[in-house]
Write a protein that binds this ligand. Structure first.
Ligand code: IMP
Length: 423
């Protein structure tokens, strides 16, 4: 049985949590393959809003198993808080959540290093969520990291000490003013590790291989978005993992020929949180309206998101790099009320019209070229069927499907599970 993927196609915050939650009933296993608590996957049902950072979005469904894969980086402190937030629900966490032994641990000093690195960058800062993601992946690829499986060994605290000491020396090297009390941070960290240890640590690649052989349906859940991919994103303003389809292979141990559907999620417009180029960014009333109506604030950091028109050049690139087979358009409801909608279909790049994403999309090189479409005024949030959608929205969708050559199977018209239109 092939493994399906679900990925964000823009700069993250596309609404992956909601869609995984909607789709979970079709899957036996939901597996996160990269990123860490920099992610904030929001799910809303029965009038309650839930934000998950590391735990896969299938956790609320009775019959699904949830795996945190080897490609994920885990902060035990945040993980503990996530588990505590789930305590009030009737979820048998111990039997529904498994963690890969090969996933890497975020240490308190990784977070401090993140802060030191960002501070030292000054104006050139990435706008990191400061969750220690970059330094943890650096230790992973530098072959210095600590993994979940290390916690099963008797000498893990010595390993921890050696790495933390090295980090402290590195923080000194940055020569910036970072205030911290490591003793306090460590007490919290060790306490959280005890909580983490209550869960089962597994060889998740083996588990998933056997599950596939048994015909179990698996959905690999991505975090962040394609334009934040360490290789294909807007480097260096990216995260430190492969957020694109290939990341699911390395982050779970799934062979490339075992990938089935690639479900790509995008917003009907574009947002970005943190620094970095954003060709269609708006600084006017339209951008302000998108942010306000779309409640565009980071689920992890609370930062306001930058907003702009849909960038089809960037979206095409993401569809191409991921081999997307099905699209899901989120937040269609937020565009209700705009008289005219714009879609960026090409860039003016250093005086030439181009329709692909160039190496450098900084504002001084790239100006968006727009196609205008008619807007709609109807409130979509109570609509439940595709036939109810306004003609102008159908024209918007048809245009995108034609350009992207991939069908749009879901149109989301609100944050709740029920506000989902299947086409
Ligand atoms: P980091 O991964 O926390 O170091 O952040 C690097 C960049 O990716 C920053 O611009 C963040 O705002 C952005 N980023 C990281 N995680 C997310 C996410 O889940 N959604 C949106 N942006 C993210």
């Amino acid at each position: 049985m092939a493994v399906d993927l679900l990925l964000g196609l823009q700069w993250g915050d596309e609404g992956k949590g909601k869609i995984v939650d909607v789709l979970t009933k079709n899957y036996d296993i939901i597996a996160r393959f990269q990123g860490g608590p920099n992610a904030g996957h929001t799910l809303e049902f029965d009038g309650i809003k839930h934000v998950l950072h590391t735990i896969p979005s299938g956790i609320f469904h009775k019959n699904s198993m949830n795996i945190v894969g080897n490609g994920v980086v885990i902060d035990p402190v945040i993980f503990k808080k996530e588990l505590e937030a789930l305590n009030k629900y009737d979820i048998d966490i111990k039997s529904k959540l498994l963690i890969s032994r090969k996933a890497h641990l975020i240490l308190p000093t990784h977070r401090l290093l993140d802060a030191a690195s960002e501070t030292a960058k000054g104006k050139a800062k990435i706008g990191s969520t400061l969750k220690g993601i970059g330094p943890t992946y650096m230790d992973k690829t530098g072959r210095n990291g600590m993994r979940i499986g290390d916690l099963e060994l008797s000498d893990w605290k010595e390993k921890y000490r050696a790495l933390a000491n090295k980090h402290e020396a590195m923080i000194g090297f940055y020569n910036v003013d970072i205030q911290y009390d490591l003793k306090e941070l460590e007490a919290e960290f060790f306490d959280s590790i005890n909580t983490l240890k209550v869960l089962s640590f597994i060889d998740s690649e083996e588990y998933l291989y056997q599950a596939q052989k048994e015909g179990k349906k698996i959905l690999a859940e991505g975090a962040q978005g394609s334009l934040l991919d360490i290789d294909f994103g807007t480097y260096p303003y990216v995260t430190s993992s492969n957020t694109t389809a290939a990341g699911a292979c390395t982050g779970l141990g799934i062979a490339p020929n075992q990938i089935g559907e690639v479900k790509g999620i995008f917003k009907a417009y574009t947002t970005r949180v943190g620094s970095g180029p954003f060709p269609t960014e708006l600084f006017d009333k339209d951008g302000e309206t998108m942010g306000r109506v779309g409640n565009e604030f980071g689920a992890t950091t609370g930062r306001p998101r930058r907003c702009g028109w849909l960038d089809l050049v960037a979206l095409k690139y993401a569809v191409q790099v991921n081999g997307v087979t099905e699209l899901m358009m989120m937040k269609g409801d937020v565009l209700s009320g705009f008289k005219k909608l714009k879609i960026c279909t090409a860039y003016n790049y250093k005086g030439k019209t181009i329709s692909h994403l160039p190496y450098n999309i900084e504002a001084e090189n790239v100006a968006p070229i727009y196609t205008e479409m008619k807007g709609w005024s109807q409130d979509l949030t109570k609509m439940t069927k595709a036939v109810e959608l306004p003609n102008e929205l159908n024209a918007y969708i048809d245009f995108l499907e034609k350009e992207l050559e991939v069908p749009i199977k879901i149109v989301s018209v609100g944050p709740d599970r029920t506000q989902t239109i299947h086409r």
